[in-house]
Design a protein around this ligand. Structure first.
Ligand code: FE2
Length: 206
């Protein structure tokens, strides 16, 4: 007899968080970030300053991103620990340039903030569920692709969006097909507080 009834459920899932912060960005912020000295990265440009949130001009941006991180730690991670930004930097993709696949080491959560007007057409962020060499590549048929079997997932950030995602996720940015630069801020985060338990000898104070 053929099987007619079956059930497929999710065991675990990977979150990403998105919010729009247009209300918190001023012309002064945009001017300040645009004015940062940029140097050559592998393909695109990165700010020479890699702690830009520590600059007084960025206090307003730092505060609103902290507000988003507080929501992420309490509502998405479900913890009372505090997420805080470690390094923060500006990025610029000139026309024709994207960002190669990478992940962020020594960081728990990473973020991208599209503080400036994004040029059209929008470049997408492509997340890859594989984090290392794959012995077998078993990809689903296009018409049977779903959240469980897809090897990649794609999102299209819009101007003033903030995206937060687990730092271990491999991601790349599509080539900028616009005639003008595509600008963004990126940052890494770690957590403060107590992990583990004293009697279990797993305690770690951060
Ligand atoms: Fe990245």
């Amino acid at each position: 007899m053929a099987i007619e009834k079956y059930d497929v459920q999710a065991l675990f899932a990977t979150p990403y968080f998105k919010t729009n912060l247009k209300h918190a960005i001023t012309e002064e912020h945009v001017k300040f970030v645009r004015g940062l000295k940029m140097i050559k990265n592998r393909d695109n440009l990165i700010s020479e300053n890699l702690y830009i949130f520590e600059e007084p001009e960025m206090a307003g941006i730092k505060a609103v991103i902290q507000e988003a991180l507080d929501i992420y730690s309490s509502q998405v991670m479900g913890v009372e620990h505090k997420l805080y930004v470690t390094q923060s930097w500006a990025l610029s993709n000139p026309p024709g340039v994207g960002m190669h696949s990478h992940s962020h080491s020594n960081s728990l959560i990473s973020g991208s903030f599209y503080y400036d007007e994004l040029p059209q057409p929008l470049s997408r962020v492509i997340f890859d569920k594989h984090t290392s060499y794959q012995q077998l590549e078993i990809n689903p048929l296009r018409e049977r692709q779903n959240l469980f079997n897809t090897p990649i997932n794609v999102l299209t950030p819009e101007s003033n969006d903030l995206i937060l995602f687990p730092s271990y996720l491999n991601h790349q940015i599509e080539a900028n097909m616009a005639q003008t630069e595509r600008r963004a801020i990126a940052f890494n985060c770690f957590i403060k507080g107590q992990l583990g338990n004293y009697r279990d000898v797993s305690e770690l104070m951060l």
